[in-house]
Write a protein that binds this ligand. Structure first.
Ligand code: PLP
Length: 375
């Protein structure tokens, strides 16, 4: 059996090696390492895939979130509502920009922002909402967008874990996650569903003016070279990464399907297991399974150790929720009570899921989990 990994980017690369190597060599031949044709080509193919007007590539997903928040003209102290149950990048940039993170609960079934909790958290200082499409399925965007409209708030979607996921509105309209709010942010970190061979990220918007601002901020606040009109940063996707991503984008739907097949296998294996709650996909969303995360009502540390002994990695995404991170200590958060988030944090465990898993590995993993439970 091939060794089991949380992600297997090497085997995935070998399947498309010729195509990818040729694309890398084309960039080397062109010597257009920065802002080359490969970057424009990738941005255009990604815009077509996402069904969005503008794609602004940048250096990584965290930068994408930061640039999005810089683009909407917030003042220090303005409140940005986000889930606490997410990767730190979502909330870190809020603090970095001296804005105030306001953490709200997630739905215990979908792990995504709870619209009722969101509405309760709105104050006159609230300026933006950052829903996260966690683990690969969409946050309840229809409700979130309605609340945002009612209170005149910006919506920035953190789509780092859900590229390729679709959302179906009540009227039947289907949109890709990351294209429904004012701005969407995503990451091409190697382990993401659309992963580069290094860092990368992108911003999505259908708004021409915002697209212009995002692009300017990502480029030192300049439109005309050496004339810096606004405070920006330096955040670029390099041409080699763009060329690789443009190849991988063609395979993204197949990759997401392979992940969904793994999830189906796990779900079936665990369906009669009382101590495991398998992931639930909301009716409005597809699921691209960036992670396969179960709730485990048992000795979680014991299970992790048991799997590890058998050569099976597993992870807790994430062991400390945002509202309990020391970095936010100065933001007066000690009275934030998020029992659902705390409970999920204590029960989640993510099993290996990626595009290259085979039956032998899956059978081995599910047997190891069930053996631990039934021992
Ligand atoms: C990975 C990730 C990011 C950040 O992406 P980087 O490219 O690593 O900066 C942001 N938000 C979420 C939810 C992520 O999973």
């Amino acid at each position: 059996m091939r060794p089991i990994q949380m992600v297997d980017t090497k085997t995935q690369y070998l399947q498309i090696k010729d195509e990818v190597d040729a694309a890398i060599h084309a960039v080397l031949d062109s010597a257009a390492y920065i802002n080359g044709k490969a970057v424009q080509d990738f941005a255009a193919s990604l815009a077509a895939y996402m069904g969005v007007k503008h794609v602004i590539p940048c250096a990584n997903g965290t930068d994408a979130l930061q640039i999005a928040m810089m683009a909407i003209g917030l003042e220090p102290g303005d409140e940005v509502i986000t889930p606490s149950f997410t990767y730190i990048a979502t909330t870190e940039v809020v603090a970095l920009l001296r804005l105030k993170p306001v953490f709200v609960e997630v739905d215990p079934v979908t792990f995504c922002m709870d619209p009722a909790a969101l509405e309760k958290a709105i104050t006159p200082k609230t300026k933006a909402i950052v829903p996260v499409h966690l683990y690969g399925q969409a946050a309840p965007m229809e409700e979130i967008l309605q609340i945002a409209k009612k209170h005149n708030l910006y919506v920035i979607e953190d789509n780092a874990q859900a590229i390729g996921c679709s959302y179906t509105f009540k009227d039947g309209t289907v949109k890709k996650t990351g294209t429904m709010g004012h701005i969407g942010a995503t990451s091409f970190y190697p382990s993401k569903n659309l992963g580069a061979f290094g860092d990368g990220g992108a911003l999505f918007t259908n708004d021409d003016a915002l697209a212009h601002t995002l692009k300017t901020i990502a480029n030192h606040g300049q439109e005309k070279r050496y004339y810096h009109d606004i405070v920006g940063c330096n955040s670029r996707l390099d041409s080699i990464q763009a060329a690789i991503l443009n190849i991988k984008l063609k395979h993204l739907d197949r990759y997401n399907q392979a992940r969904a097949n793994v999830a189906t296998f796990y779900n079936k294996a665990f369906e009669n297991c009382a101590v495991i709650t398998t992931p639930n996909t909301a009716s409005y969303s597809s699921h691209v399974f960036h992670q396969y995360t179960i709730l485990f009502d048992g000795d979680r540390d014991g299970l992790i150790a048991h799997l590890s002994e058998k050569g099976i990695p597993s992870m807790i995404y994430y062991p400390v929720p945002g509202h309990k991170q020391k970095m936010f200590a100065s933001f007066n958060l000690p009275d934030t009570l998020l029992p659902i988030t705390d409970d999920l944090t204590n029960r989640v465990i993510s099993l290996p899921i990626h595009t290259e898993m085979d039956m032998e590995q899956l059978t081995y993993i599910t047997e190891a989990v069930l053996n631990f439970i039934n021992k």
